[in-house]
Design a protein around this ligand. Structure first.
Ligand code: ZN
Length: 412
């Protein structure tokens, strides 16, 4: 029988998985304390190590750490959170688009902010549709509803710049700020002018809408203003499939992570029950990921709650959730031999600090084609003895390509 090689990749990211020793857990981390027989079995068939997405001593945000792990350095490709979030809402961004995260909010007639989330309005489709397609000085405005009060807003046209100041004062009771250019370029001046006009027109359209009259009559905050933040320009960017020759998809519950997949040109696969919360149907995600390996070469699967629970300092919840994920990982024990399984995290989130830290995270490559090491348990300290040693985010995709036998030869 001819030797096979790994051809496909299931790439699993547990957000904020790494942690610090917890006294109540006998000085184990939540991951070390959790019973993880399935991931232990996977680790035993893997080469293991520790990784810092952005290098030692750097506390990464989730957006830039994912970009680094996928081989897109932030210096070159990160221009703000706007383009990533907006990509996840299904707007196909074009080079030069300026994208924002938007909130439907409530202002009074003098544009003092009464509520930054329009009373946590739940559905904004009608309001987004009323603004979508507007044109201002030759610039097209795209507005797509997000979850609850959120929306994605894109300005598309020639000569735009993301180098402008924020309109959002980030507090209630303060007036909306006039957007100003943040440099001397004509592009920044033009963009600031267009956005100020957009905010005026949006208010004039939204405030008199019948749906808002009803909200006011019911004593609710009207959705009469669009607060914009997180401006970024969609950069010239090689899609993941072009960069690596791997047809890729993304399975995630959280908007930011769908956004990362879409930003890199991955197809988004929706899984019912994938909520990005501790109640998320992780098993359904793993089953969907296995199925997606039929159509895709690279399946990025993201699990969020490991991070959110640690952000709440909830070490017991994080341990329990890891055990739930481990039970779901029974689905991953019988992957075909040509599938490389990668399991890692974007950063550590320490329960004791309720924050991301620069502590390295576990990473494993599971395949019959790797040199297995002695590690047989899934945990931070066990992985410090693994065969991969210490890595950084930019090492990860080259390692994947190496295992697939797809790295170009350097020299002769
Ligand atoms: Zn994260």
């Amino acid at each position: 029988m001819p030797m096979s090689v790994a051809k496909k990749v299931l790439f699993l990211v547990f957000d904020g998985l790494g942690d610090r020793p917890v006294p109540e857990l006998g000085d184990l981390t939540p991951l070390e304390a959790a019973a993880t027989p399935n991931f232990d079995a996977i680790a035993a068939k893997s080469i293991c190590g520790l990784s810092n997405a952005l290098g030692r001593g750097i506390r990464p945000g989730s957006d830039v750490s994912h970009l680094a792990i996928f081989g897109y350095p932030m210096e070159q490709y990160y221009t703000g959170r706007g383009p990533i979030e907006v990509a996840g809402l299904g707007i196909a961004l074009q080079e030069g688009d300026i994208a924002f995260r938007g909130n439907f909010g409530t202002v009074d007639e003098n544009w003092n902010i009464l509520d930054r989330r329009a009373g946590r309005i739940r559905v904004v489709d009608e309001f987004a549709a009323a603004l979508d397609g507007m044109e201002i000085d030759g610039v097209q405005v795209l507005v797509k509803p997000g979850t609850a009060h959120r929306a994605g807003v894109v300005f598309r046209g020639k000569g735009l710049s993301a180098n402008i100041t924020d309109a959002d004062p980030h507090a209630e009771g303060l007036p909306v700020l006039e957007v100003k250019p943040a440099d001397d370029s004509p592009e920044a001046a033009f963009t600031a002018k267009v956005i100020n006009k957009f905010m005026r027109r949006a208010y004039e359209i939204l405030d008199p809408m019948e749906a808002n009259a009803k909200r006011k009559a019911a004593g609710e905050f009207p959705a009469n203003f669009m607060l914009l933040r997180g401006a970024g320009i969609y950069p010239t960017l090689p899609k993941f499939a072009e960069k690596y020759g791997l047809k890729a998809c993304c399975i995630a519950g959280g908007g930011l992570y769908k956004g990362i997949g879409a930003f890199l040109g991955m197809d988004l696969i929706d899984v019912p029950g994938a909520t990005a919360l501790p109640d998320s149907d992780v098993k359904a995600k793993f089953i969907a990921a296995k199925k997606a390996l039929g159509d895709y070469d690279f399946v990025f699967t993201h699990v969020k709650a490991t991070d959110s629970l640690a952000e709440d300092g909830n070490w017991a919840g994080k341990k329990d959730f890891i055990e739930k994920c481990d039970a779901a990982a029974a689905e991953l024990l019988d992957l075909p031999e040509d599938v490389l399984l990668v399991v890692t995290a974007d950063h550590s989130t320490a329960c004791e600090l309720k924050a991301h830290t620069a502590d390295p995270v576990p990473i494993l490559f599971c395949s019959p084609h790797v040199r297995r090491d002695e590690v047989v348990s899934f945990g931070e300290r066990a992985f410090s003895k693994g065969g991969l040693g210490r890595m950084v985010g930019s090492d990860v995709m080259p390692e994947v390509m190496n295992i697939l036998g797809r790295l170009h030869l350097i020299g002769a």
